[in-house]
Write a protein that binds this ligand. Structure first.
Ligand code: AHG
Ligand code: MN
Ligand code: MN
Length: 333
């Protein structure tokens, strides 16, 4: 069967629909190539000595795994020389990474979570990479302030999943497509296009060990799901929690569901666990493009105006009707 390659998909988006420029196409191809390299390292695991701790911590005080560092370096090295970027920002770097002076600069900003699901690396469970593309400001500045744009300004977003197969799920604002890596030829081949998340679901994902810290709207919503047939919802719900956002979101892209990482009362100053700029925003863009919804309970994720590169946010996303219901529980009155 003659499948459409990622290159052809992007060329057609550029040529037929004028949706992306050649420069953005190059950027996305380079990101895909970096994900392929990360996938190879992930696949070798202990044989390549890539498992375990790096012995360092990132800006959020989380200890880094070797693969967090390797994936970050892979993305930086792949993207710094192509001339398409003004700067990059990552979960693993305190400040934006400027393009070295020896290379030309371009019109885009790239943000990434190089390795999502770090706690799953050493136990051989699916992990991934998440990325987001913004336009650099006209004035050519590429400092931290340049990145602080609401998610609805993203030009493209995607994630790779390093699982039983390696996948790349991408949007350029014209629906969501999924590519599978053919490990023999090294090509990304289109295996699903115009992905649609079912509006209804009976599956939810949340780290229930935090239940005692949840705020009342989240507690009410989850209690109703757990009450099943006998409760207010009059139906049973099933729970799944991979603890890699990429894998949990990909399940929702495949068969629907709701994913929640709410804020909780442990640290009132900390509005959630996940990071807005390189986790919540790209996933919210993808989920909305697939007909789903994404909120922090009070506001559409994509409308949040960031104030810090590494800011955290509560996340509730997936099947539209469930996200609307949990949002309604957050409204006063
Ligand atoms: P990261 O590995 O990039 O720090 O992100 C991990 C995130 C996300 O992937 C996942 O949904 C969540 O953390 C898991 O949290 P718990 O450890 O609370 O399950
Ligand atoms: Mn992550
Ligand atoms: Mn990460």
């Amino acid at each position: 069967m003659n499948r459409v390659s990622l290159t052809r998909y992007l060329v057609e988006k550029q040529r037929e629909k004028g949706l992306i420029t050649a420069e953005l196409r190059l950027l996305l191809e380079v990101c895909a190539r970096a994900c392929k390299a990360i996938s190879t390292a992930v696949g070798k695991g202990a044989l390549a000595g890539v498992l375990g701790e790096a012995g360092s911590a990132n800006v959020q005080g989380e200890s880094q795994k070797k693969l967090d560092v390797i994936a970050n370096e892979t993305l930086l090295e792949a993207n710094e020389w192509g001339g398409h970027l003004a700067a990059m920002a990552s979960e693993e770097m305190d400040h934006p990474y400027p393009i070295p002076n020896r290379y030309p600069k371009g019109g885009f900003l790239l943000l990434f979570d190089p390795l999502d699901g770090s706690s799953n690396i050493d136990v051989n469970v699916s992990i991934g990479t998440i990325f987001s593309v913004l336009r650099a400001p006209e004035n050519g500045e590429a400092d931290e302030a340049a990145f602080l744009q609401p998610g609805h300004r993203q030009l493209a977003a995607g994630y790779a999943v390093y699982g039983p197969s390696t996948l790349l799920v991408l949007t350029v604002g014209d629906g969501v497509a999924c590519f599978t890596l053919d490990r023999e030829t090294g090509s990304w081949l289109l295996t699903r296009d115009q992905i649609q998340i079912p509006a209804q679901t009976r599956e939810f994902a949340i780290n229930a060990s935090n239940a005692r810290h949840w705020e009342p709207p989240v507690k009410r919503y989850i209690d109703e799901l757990l009450a099943g047939k006998e409760g207010a919802r009059a139906q049973d719900f099933n729970m799944r929690w991979v603890a890699s956002m990429v894998a949990d979101v990909h399940r929702i892209m495949t068969r629907g569901g709701i994913f929640m990482y709410p804020r909780d009362r442990r640290e009132p100053g900390k509005p959630g666990r996940l990071r807005l700029m390189y986790e919540a925003n790209p996933m919210a863009f993808l989920v909305e493009q697939a007909g789903g919804a994404a909120t922090n309970g009070h506001q559409r994720i994509l409308d949040i105006v960031p104030t810090q590169l590494h800011e955290r946010v509560a996340v509730m996303l997936g099947s539209r009707e469930e996200v609307e219901r949990v949002s309604a529980y957050h409204q006063p009155g």
